[in-house]
Each structure stands twice: as structure tokens, then as C-alpha cells.
Design a protein around this ligand. Structure first.
Ligand code: PEP
Length: 249
């Protein structure tokens, strides 16, 4: 049985005081949540403060990105060891906004994923098709390609321990959610792809989230589906009351 995982992507929001306040408000609301992994991913600048605010709670810290190099002349990047040092246990990798606005590629996703795993940080590898790709009927080709390239060279055991977030680009921040059936169909396809590449055991264990305009009123239907093990939540993660309802789907 896969443990559900609900992650909040705070994107480029929250100053230190705001992030700490949100973390404290949220932790009070979800302290009784059981059998679910809860993760929040604030901006780099407030990771340390939010980590401190989350001490002793059931909420884990995640980063929004990770670089693959250990250190050196990579201005503006953050290394795996630095994230580990600040207490991050998870990191988003290949979020569609990184792919869309910052030119991140499947090759980079693969390097970041390997670097995270090598440093004991759980990757949340984001994949998803654009509206044009969906309308052209190539969703599986695109998503399958991202999964295969992003996870290339990993062991079955490594894949079993990571998280894949299926986020159709057209559903992110648009208020347009994929229907639970459509979302599940792609998550099932992702699991099948993992089974073909890494074996049935890894496929049975890897957790697959859906992301794209998830809210308190659509989470239960999504979570009831066979291959959806959690959610990656953007906008609705900025509101403690709303996010706590998602966590307690
Ligand atoms: C996201 O940022 O990963 C996301 C799914 O955003 P939203 O929930 O706002 O659509």
C-alpha cells in the first residue's frame, strides 16, 4: 500500500515572516493528520526559517529545485548538500514553470534527480503535457518520454523511493483541473512505463501525484483513483485552512 503524499509548492511567494506564519498555522491544523506525508516547498531564502518553524511537527521540508553540481562556479544555483544542510528532505525537479521559463530539459531533470538521490533527498519529478500536445493526441508520447529520460540510469530501488508528479501544464494555476478519470489514466500510463523500464515492484511502490488546480473540493475524488497517490498543490497551498483540508482529504 502506497502512503499518500500531499506537497505544497509555494512558488515565488512569502517573505520570511509570512512563510513562518503559514508554516505555524498549517502545522497546528494538520497535527492530527495520520497516514499521509505532508511536504511544503518554500523559496530557498526561507528554507531555514520554515524548517525551524516546522520543528517537531509532521510536516517535511522540500525545495523547489536542486542543482546537480556539489559546489563551485555555478552562480545562482543551490547544491544538494546545501539543501540537505538546511534540512530539506524533498525537492521538486523539472516543474513545468522551470521547463517553460528557464529552459530546463529532461537531461537536466535526470542530473538533478541523480544528485538528489545521491544526497538522500527525495525527488518529486514533475512531468506533464501542454494543451497543444494534449489536443494533438500525444500526451502519452510526451509524458512517457519525460519519465524515461528523467529517470534514465536509475536503479529500480531508487525509482521505487521517489515521487513522480503528473501535472498537465494546462491545468496549473488555471483553475482548470483534469477530470479525475483523465488524470488517473495518465498516472496509470506512467506506472506502466515505470513497470516496463524498472520492473513491477518499482512500479507498485513509486508514488504518483496529480497536480493542477487541486483544491479542497476536488481532492477526495482524485485520491479515490487507483493510481493517484497524492497531490502537488500550488495556489491552494498558500492558504493554511484550504491546504489542511487537502491534506485531510
Ligand atoms: C503547481 O505549481 O505545481 C501547481 C499544481 O499549481 P496549482 O495548484 O496552482 O495549479
Amino acid at each position: 500500500m502506497r502512503k499518500p503524499i500531499i506537497a505544497g509548492n509555494w512558488k515565488m511567494n512569502k517573505t520570511t515572516a509570512e512563510g513562518v506564519a503559514l508554516a505555524k498555522e498549517l502545522s497546528a491544523l494538520v497535527s492530527d493528520a495520520k497516514d499521509v506525508d505532508i511536504v511544503v516547498c518554500p523559496v530557498f531564502t526561507i528554507l531555514a526559517s520554515v524548517k525551524e518553524a516546522l520543528a517537531g511537527t509532521n510536516i517535511k521540508l522540500g525545495a523547489q529545485n536542486i542543482h546537480w553540481e556539489a559546489k563551485g562556479a555555478f552562480t545562482g544555483e543551490i547544491s544538494p548538500a546545501m539543501l540537505k544542510d538546511v534540512g530539506a528532505e524533498y525537492t521538486l525537479i523539472g516543474h513545468s514553470e522551470r521547463r517553460q521559463y528557464f529552459g530546463e530539459t529532461d537531461e537536466g531533470v535526470n542530473k538533478r534527480t541523480k544528485a538528489a538521490l545521491a544526497n538522500g533527498i527525495v525527488p518529486i519529478v514533475c512531468v506533464g503535457e501542454s494543451l497543444e500536445e494534449r489536443e494533438a493526441g500525444i500526451t502519452e508520447k510526451v509524458v512517457g518520454g519525460q519519465v524515461v529520460a528523467g529517470l534514465d540510469g536509475l536503479t529500480g530501488e531508487q525509482v521505487a523511493g521517489l515521487v513522480i508528479a503528473y501535472e498537465p501544464v494546462w491545468a496549473i494555476g488555471t483553475g482548470r483541473t483534469a477530470s479525475s478519470d483523465d488524470a488517473n489514466a495518465v498516472c496509470t500510463f506512467i506506472r506502466k512505463t515505470v513497470a516496463e523500464k524498472f520492473g513491477a515492484d518499482s512500479a507498485a511502490k513509486v508514488r504518483i501525484q496529480y497536480g493542477g488546480s487541486v483544491k479542497a473540493d476536488n481532492i477526495a475524488e482524485l485520491m479515490a483513483k487507483s493510481d493517484i497517490d497524492g497531490a502537488l498543490v500550488g495556489g491552494a497551498a498558500l492558504d493554511a485552512a484550504g491546504f489542511s483540508k487537502i491534506v485531510k482529504f
